[in-house]
Design a protein around this ligand. Sequence first.
Ligand code: SAH
Ligand code: AVI
Length: 318
Amino acid sequence: MQTIAQAQATIQDDFATEVLNGLSRRPRSIPCRFLYDARGSELFEQITGLEEYYPTRTEIGLLERHADDIAEMAGEDVAIVEFGSGSSRKTEILIAALPELDAYVAIDISAAALSEAAIRLRERFPGLEVITVTGDFNDAIDLPDKLIRTRKLGFFPGSTIGNLGKNEAIGFLKTARELLGADGALLIGVDLKKDESILVPAYDDSEGVTAAFNLNLLTRINRELGGTFDLAKFAHEAIYNAEAGRMEIYITSREDQEVTVLGQPFSFARGERIHTENSHKYALADIAAMAEAAGWTHARAWVDDNNLFSVNMLTQAG
Ligand code: SAH
Ligand code: AVI
């Protein structure tokens, strides 16, 4: 297993390469995993409490309402392995519902989010072993040897799967299946297709928190890569792409301008954009198809009364 310092150095190298490549290609794009430095993780937590951002409260409602069914399907003596754990707030519901839990493994690219969550969880559940892994959940993850024989329940809430492309999502589900083993299961939260009159405000809220979350990427580039972005000269944009079935998030230049990053100049025309995130929305049939393409069985889905969000239990065949 890598040390935290090694993991952070890997993330830092990756950031420089991805930003320089992303600003050099057309259309410009930077992978959304870089939105989550310490401030980005804090801003994401603020997003989860916004009136317009329905996914978090809806998924929490589903987890609370169906905790007993979920616990029964998960069985006893399991370890939870969470992908993109962030604040681990939703995980607390699962941990409380699974009294025979062996361990909790939290995987996240944000070291700050991980350490804050681990401190809180160790306080609330003193008997529980909490293991943190700083890194990319798309990469092969090394779990501690002692968990090799433990049955594993994967947890991938928040519709973070929607931030991956469709093929990437299937690739992730395959990698997770290998990691979780032949007797493992995966509980996954997926946002459902809905009208853009609900979607657009969820990604362009009236308080400007999502705008701050998106534009914080420029602050991070300025701080970590010697960038010269003036945030006042860029705007947050959130667009629904009906054909692709996803929200698309951009940082758009308000004027013609030049910016440097790691000493390299990049010119922006007014209206030119950097694509920073996609958030795909799926129907239950799409979720079942993606799960099955990755070798999982779509065993059960729980959906709220307004058909906004789904929590899905994927199991191995049988
Ligand atoms: N699970 C929480 C947080 C969702 S926000 C919830 O449901 O509310 C997405 C989380 O995934 C963030 O904490 C972010 O840091 C993490 N993340 C995003 N891309 C990642 C990647 N490629 N690898 C690991 N973690 C990632
Ligand atoms: C983490 N992820 C699922 C969020 C989403 O809804 O796509 C990230 C986010 N971006 C803007 N608001 C929330």
